[in-house]
Design a protein around this ligand. Structure first.
Ligand code: PYC
Length: 319
């Protein structure tokens, strides 16, 4: 090793995909976040080391599509790990496909065996049931419909009516009657969903406590009759979710429960833009809606990311 190479930071990651949507688990080599609570460590990551987020996920090392999952020690004894989810533009409260990816990655590493485990996230504790080395059920944080029948005028499109709901992230969910939710239409669907988001923001329509609605979920009838619904979900950094979106499926089920269209225990098969499916259920505990989703993830790579101090793009390409 040359003297220069000893200056290289190295970060160990495992890449997986869940129903087509990638997750990059960061396992070691990251900055010291101290020994505080998960909230404190996430704040440190955000304020002192945000460049690492870009460096790990954005081009040229990653892409806008990848969701990062920083796997940390939990600060509650009943959780096997804590995780901070992040993307090309910032941080996520929860991530359903990402949690399935984390569980399959931990199983791949021999850190968990089939059965029930708990994971700490910035928005609460989630339960994972590792059903096999690739299949996982996640019981999410509680979900709820916050506003119903919100009208939004979308320039060049007309008025859309949707619900605002929390599923671990904030969603605006609306029925779509334009171009089919097909891969060939993702550019148009992206622009349409982006305009809806801009209108929500311009009109001050938010989630609870003024939280920004940063996920837009369009839905139509499914392509496969075995499923209940098909969706297209636009994520905060303008990448679309290749999976049916775990937090989006949770928000959707909360809306259905609120509308009396789904009963606790009923199955909900959510089809995404690739045709992949999350199987959902809801249970009610002390009045709270607890959604669970089941899906499959596959490990694709075990890698060491190398940060050469002389690489002009070691911290990612800044837009
Ligand atoms: O599965 O919850 C999810 C998710 C959020 C953003 C991308 N995937």
């Amino acid at each position: 090793m040359t003297a220069n190479q000893s200056l290289f930071r190295k970060i160990e990651v495992i890449d997986s995909h869940t129903a087509g949507e990638p997750t990059r688990c960061v396992l070691s080599g990251g900055p010291d976040l101290g020994g505080g609570s998960l909230t404190e460590r996430m704040a440190k990551l955000r304020h002192d080391h945000d460049g690492m987020r870009r460096a790990i996920l954005c081009e040229p090392r990653g892409s806008d599509v990848v969701v990062g999952a920083w796997v940390l020690e939990a600060d509650t004894p009943d959780c096997i790990a804590a995780v901070v989810f992040f993307n090309n533009v910032g941080y996520l409260g929860m991530c359903g496909h990402g949690t399935i990816g984390v569980a399959v990655t931990l199983a791949h590493l021999g850190r968990i065996r089939p059965g029930i485990h708990f994971l700490q996230t910035p928005v609460g504790k989630v339960k994972i049931d590792l059903l096999s080395s690739n299949r996982v059920t996640v019981e999410n944080v509680s979900a709820y419909r916050y506003r119903v029948g919100v009208n939004v005028h979308v320039p060049g499109y007309g008025t859309v009516v949707g619900d605002v709901a929390w599923g671990g992230n904030w969603f605006f969910l609306c029925e779509h009657d334009g171009l089919p939710l097909d891969l060939k239409n993702v550019d148009d669907l992206t622009e349409h969903a982006w305009k809806i988001r801009a209108e929500l923001s311009a009109r001050g329509i938010t989630g609870a406590d003024g939280a920004e609605i940063d996920h837009i979920e369009l839905f139509t009838a499914p392509h496969e009759t075995a499923n209940h619904c098909r969706n297209f979900v636009l994520c905060p950094g303008k990448a679309y979710d290749r999976s049916p979106c775990g937090t989006g499926t949770s928000a959707k089920m909360a809306c259905l429960i609120a509308a009396g269209k789904l009963a606790p225990g009923d199955a909900w098969r959510q089809e995404g833009i690739l045709g992949t499916v999350f199987e959902g259920h809801v249970r009610i505990q002390n009045g709270a809606i607890l959604p669970s989703i089941t899906g499959s993830a596959f490990v694709m790579a075990e890698s060491t990311l190398i940060f050469d101090p002389e690489d002009p793009f070691r911290n990612g390409i800044l837009a």
